[in-house]
Design a protein around this ligand. Structure first.
Ligand SMILES: *Cc1c(COP(=O)(O)O)cnc(C)c1O
Length: 444
């Protein structure tokens, strides 16, 4: 397993993160456990800040909180001077409860409800990114009722196919997101938005996909978007001043993944922007990028305890851990690949190929199909790396498993930032109608 951030193997042969021995973390907090490396998160935020905010004049970095949204994470992002993107009332609520300045929040989503939009207007979020015609008129109507003028970006689908898994491609024409650009739908949306007196159009937005390694995809996106902004200007005389390029910057999960550097990403955007603006004689807009995965992905590690081991001679050896698709659905959803190490014996030679499976009642509940480990024993501690993004935030109670806790580690300290769920948490919202109570008793 490649080590990330502050991960290291200490003299006991244990994996250490943020100066905390993971064997001790497992003892203290139990498993499964999400461990977030605070110094690593802050380091990446600073790389984004220096590459974009400082390196590329008039730009902003917005953390896409759907990757990992908690109060503590919102505070870290705020302290690091980045903005925040939210995609639901729940994420907005989390940000507001964390005292995140509403003016630095962008609100996304392809089906925002009336209540969510009203909540966003009331809170005074910086930008609402309008996705479709339904939302356009609903938002204008709401803004009128609330006597507000709302600053918006229009999300367009530019017709770019980023090279990534099809479930996380979003720029192609056949997408549920945004106003289609090539067929003129975006023009119609734009003209309509211009006629709505309570909306102020600040710019346009596109998000072409996720886990993108080829910087060329972003170069292409900048070209298409600047061409379009110039087009709008020629057609209507309206000058858009903001270009939000979305997120999608890829990260390392397992061997074969070869992400670019954040500074190269910024440089690519910079050069593409200069070229495109020059070609179109278009004034350089403010640039916004929205990384999610690349800010938290490699900063997260999940600790599991090994339980049952099943060997099918000549076929496969299944090593089962005490979590699985309920805490990490990505392998089942996207065939995502991960690396892992025996955290209690991290220095030992790998001697056998095994498959790491979860404890859910699904054959698809696999975490890693093929991995070389030392001879695994029940009771070993397995650390799966790069689980910081889209793991906790996509976790479920499938099979009524309780969601793991999350600890934030730094400088030898571990702070719980999300408590482990208990069995009684599982019943928090269960309601037993009176007519069923007797039956339940009778069946005892
Ligand atoms: C998901 C999403 C992002 C973040 O994508 P990552 O791949 O995590 O960087 C940014 N913007 C929008 C609109 C998104 O939907």
């Amino acid at each position: 397993m490649r080590l990330h951030g502050t991960q290291m193997v200490n003299e006991l042969g244990h994996l250490e993160i943020g100066g905390c021995d993971t064997v001790e973390l497992a003892k203290q907090f139990g498993t499964p456990l999400y461990v977030m490396d605070e110094a690593h998160i802050r380091d990446i935020c600073r790389q984004y800040h220096s590459s974009f905010v400082e390196g590329l004049k008039n730009s902003e970095v917005i953390y896409a909180s759907k990757a990992f949204s908690t109060l503590a994470m919102c505070r870290i992002i705020d302290e690091e001077g980045l903005g925040l993107d939210v995609v639901s009332g729940g994420e907005l609520y989390t940000a507001l409860q964390a005292n995140f300045a509403a003016a630095r929040i962008y609100f996304h989503g392809n089906n925002k409800s009336r209540e969510e939009l009203a909540m966003a207007i009331k809170a005074g979020v910086g930008r609402i990114v309008v996705d479709n015609f339904f939302e356009l008129s609903l938002l204008n109507e709401l803004a009128q009722e609330m006597n507000q003028r709302v600053e918006v970006l229009l999300r367009v689908t530019p017709g770019i196919e980023a090279h990534t898994h099809e479930y996380i491609q979003t720029g192609q024409i056949d997408s549920k997101f945004g106003f289609t650009l090539p067929d003129g739908t975006a023009d119609r949306a734009f003209d309509l938005a211009l006629s709505y007196s309570n909306l102020v159009i600040k710019g346009i937005h596109a998000h072409i996909g996720s886990q993108i390694f080829e910087l060329d995809s972003f170069r292409h996106e900048v070209q298409v978007m600047i061409d379009y902004m110039a087009d709008i200007y020629k057609r209507t005389g309206f000058l858009l001043q903001e270009l939000n390029l979305g997120g999608g910057f890829g990260i390392y999960y397992a061997s074969g993944d070869d992400p670019a550097r954040i500074s190269d990403y910024a440089q690519t955007v910079q050069v593409a922007l200069e070229n495109a603006c020059q070609k179109q004689k278009f004034p350089r807009p403010k640039i916004i990028v929205e990384p999610g995965r690349s800010i938290v992905g490699t900063a997260g590690t999940t600790l599991y305890t090994v339980g049952s081991i099943k060997e099918i001679p000549g076929v496969r050896k299944y090593v089962a851990v005490d979590g699985g698709m309920a805490d990490n659905p990505r392998p089942a959803l996207y065939q995502a690949r991960y690396e892992a190490v025996l955290a209690n014996r991290a220095k030992e030679e790998t001697t056998e190929a095994v498959a790491v499976t979860g404890k859910c009642c699904e054959s698809g509940d696999m975490l890693i199909w093929d991995i070389d480990l030392p001879k695994v024993k029940s009771g070993d501690l397995l650390a799966v790396s790069c689980t910081g993004a889209y793991n906790y935030s996509m976790s479920s109670n499938y099979n009524r498993l309780t969601r793991p806790g999350v600890v934030l580690v730094a400088g030898g300290h571990a702070d719980v930032i999300v408590k482990r769920e208990t069995h009684s948490d599982l019943l928090r919202n269960d309601v037993l109608p009176a007519r069923l109570k007797y039956l339940q008793m009778a069946s005892r």
